[in-house]
Ligand binder design. Sequence first.
Ligand SMILES: NC(=O)c1ccc[n+]([C@@H]2O[C@H](COP(=O)([O-])OP(=O)(O)OC[C@H]3O[C@@H](n4cnc5c(N)ncnc54)[C@H](O)[C@@H]3O)[C@@H](O)[C@H]2O)c1
Length: 331
Amino acid sequence: MKRVLITGGAGFVGLHLAKRLAAQDGYEVYIVDNFFRSQDDAELATLKALPNVAVREADLTRKETWDDMSGFDQVYHLVGINGTRLFYEIPHEVLRIGVSTILHGLEWFRTKNKTPNAKIIYTSSNEAYGDALKAFGQLPLPTPESVPLVVADPYNPRSSYSAQKLIGELFFIHYAKAYNFRMSIVRPHNFYGPRAGYEHVIPEVVGRVSAKVEPFPIFGADDTRSFCYIDDAVEAIQAVMESSATDSGTYHIGTTEETVISDLVQNIFVLMGWKPQTLDIKNSPEGSVKRRLADVSKIKKDTGWEAKTPLEDGLKKTIEWYLKNPKPAGK
Ligand SMILES: NC(=O)c1ccc[n+]([C@@H]2O[C@H](COP(=O)([O-])OP(=O)(O)OC[C@H]3O[C@@H](n4cnc5c(N)ncnc54)[C@H](O)[C@@H]3O)[C@@H](O)[C@H]2O)c1
């Protein structure tokens, strides 16, 4: 039996990962979350009811939370403050929570976890290198793991998120080297799916289609993104965890399919069976990130993983979930 700890495990990625592991033989899953951003909802209740899953409500910025845990074979360190609005509203908290959970987590892992051959994964972000485009005017596309990590403007509150991911990567790399333990870093690229919150392009468009908004705004219509369905994403994170070839390495997780935002929106119109009379096209301003596409050849080479879910299939499942779970009023 493998004992697995998922920090921030009640969130979007954590819950899907926990579901996946709990459904496989030989895993005991322990989630720690303080519900800062996630909900103790019906989906978590279903998961908690499984005999091999436990959920603890606790604040991982407190050292004491870590002190009474031990004996995990695998640790997925997902905790952090996600959500662009929060980067602008509480940048100091994004930094404090990001960095303090990393420090406590790494100190705990090396001194108190006490499981031979245990491995820890850190979820960084494509934002850790996002500013390289601003700083140097270009980024290779598809973008490999080796591009420079850059904080272009420390006075921009948005940098709070990329900076704590950047420093987090350095902490994980150098702690693992100094104390000789197993770790990998993953950088998620545009994961989407059910229960991802309401501040992403897909739930926003689904909400506007449900409300039959006219004229229908499309923001960043000419931008491209590569959308990775959450089932593929958590399969990739697990593949990195299970492989020893990935130890001490950094891995981009995403798809090779580049989608223009206006095409994504048209796709959602078709799947939801409604089309507005008039579109209000808002292309993104010159200088914003027009294209984002990860080079995912390294994870394929080392684990064999590649994304399988066609965008249309993932969109269908996501739309279905958001129609059943519309944005609560006032959120
Ligand atoms: N979803 C993506 O596409 C994406 C992209 C890039 C990076 N990431 C990274 O992956 C990780 C998981 O992302 P997600 O989308 O599931 O985010 P999420 O916000 O849904 O999950 C993070 C969880 O951490 C919890 N948390 C926050 N502060 C805490 C604290 N002090 N103690 C205990 N729990 C706390 C939140 O309540 C939340 O449930 C994050 O580190 C995020 O930065 C995700």
